[in-house]
Design a protein around this ligand. Sequence first.
Ligand SMILES: *Cc1c(COP(=O)(O)O)cnc(C)c1O
Length: 227
Amino acid sequence: MNLENLTHNLKTIKAQLKTAHLVAVSKYSPREDVESAYHLGQLDFGENRLSDLQEKADYFTTQNLLNVRWHFIGNLQTNKVKELFKVPHLFAIHSVSSLKILEEIYKRIDSFEGLDLKIFIQINTSHEDEKSGLETKSEIKEVFDYIKNHPHPKIKLFGLMTMGSIRSLDFQKSAHQSFFELQELKNQLEKDYNLSPLELSMGMSQDYLIALEYEASFIRIGSAIFK
Ligand SMILES: *Cc1c(COP(=O)(O)O)cnc(C)c1O
């Protein structure tokens, strides 16, 4: 894409986000655009497919772009966790969406080469069937009990993640509902489990300004940057 547009988009969005972190979702973009963004100072990138992530992360390594931080934001299958852990400069997984995936992460963590792996627990706040994520109180309790009972130096419970509605006719209203629900859950879990403050990964191109009203701290934006 045109470098002028990329520069403008990044600058405009960063100014809106203030202290929240921008995860530039590079899933639609060729690696050249991702590389350009990196040279403009954007170091956090999100990918939702393991094969694309591997391809881009390997490219970054061969180009010596070593300050990059990769965020995996897609649906994760248990049989892919081991491979995901081999990705150089993997920083966080935003999509830990079941106890099964969490258990697999603990099982495979010794093959993770970084210092620590940051995990976000994905919550399905819009209650759409096609979305992954924990939905019920008992599912949430199960996962947080598990983490509490399995302290591990390489696994850092970092925050919660959600997506606004993709189907709703009134996406703004449902975004407010989803993000409010995640913020409430964060406050409750911090209290119940005596946790240090959790980060909130929420907000995409169409609803990130709404997410900022609810303490979003990691914003995942793709098309508004790389269009
Ligand atoms: C694609 C994607 C985004 C970014 O979507 P845009 O609408 O392009 O900003 C954010 N989060 C997840 C999980 C995604 O899959």
